[in-house]
Design a protein around this ligand. Structure first.
Ligand code: SF4
Ligand code: SF4
Length: 164
């Protein structure tokens, strides 16, 4: 029997359709979380409705802060094939909207923190540590990797996650 070569054992398998044909990169399904920033001028327009209808995309609203005649934000999970997704993002930008990938940031709410130190035991990057002298727990966002271990560790919910 012929021995398996390294290539045989770990082939570079491309995604395929049900008939075995290769899926082109632009037809692959993607799902991404994005933040859409509205201006006071476009906040009243049915842009999301047009987006999903004309580009065959599916959306799930994760968060929205929208008010008439004011700047607003919507956080969406947008899914569809790569080509439609790219065209959809272009459509949003052509409509004057700013579109960014969703990013999260972790903050320490200093009004709530009681400096118990529980979070310092969980933080893997030393972003939370006792300040020498004051014995207060201080947060260094530069060191934070966003793991959120501190969020559930904090008994008073002083560690907060912002998604905008
Ligand atoms: S999110 Fe993770 S890295 Fe950032 S402060 Fe909390 S525990 Fe530390
Ligand atoms: S666990 Fe919460 S209350 Fe305690 S030091 Fe950390 S952030 Fe402050």
């Amino acid at each position: 029997m012929k021995a398996l070569t390294k290539k045989d054992r770990s082939p570079n398998i491309a995604p395929t359709n049900s008939d075995g044909s290769e899926i082109m990169a632009e037809e692959q399904i993607v799902s991404r979380k994005i933040v859409i920033h509205y201006t006071a001028d476009n906040v009243d327009q049915p842009i999301i409705c047009q987006l999903v209808k004309t580009h065959d995309l599916v959306f799930n609203i994760l968060k929205a802060r929208i008010f008439p005649k004011r700047e607003g934000i919507i956080v969406l999970e947008l899914s569809g094939n790569q080509r439609n997704f790219d065209n959809g993002i272009r459509f949003l930008k052509d409509k004057g909207l700013k579109v960014e990938p969703l990013s999260k940031s972790v903050n320490q709410n200093s009004d709530k923190c009681v400096h118990c130190g529980a979070c310092t035991a969980f933080c893997p990057t030393d972003a939370l540590s006792f300040e020498p002298g004051t014995r207060k727990v201080v947060f260094d966002p530069e060191k934070c990797n966003g793991c959120e271990l501190c969020v559930s560790a904090c008994p008073v919910r002083a560690m907060e996650v912002n998604i905008f």
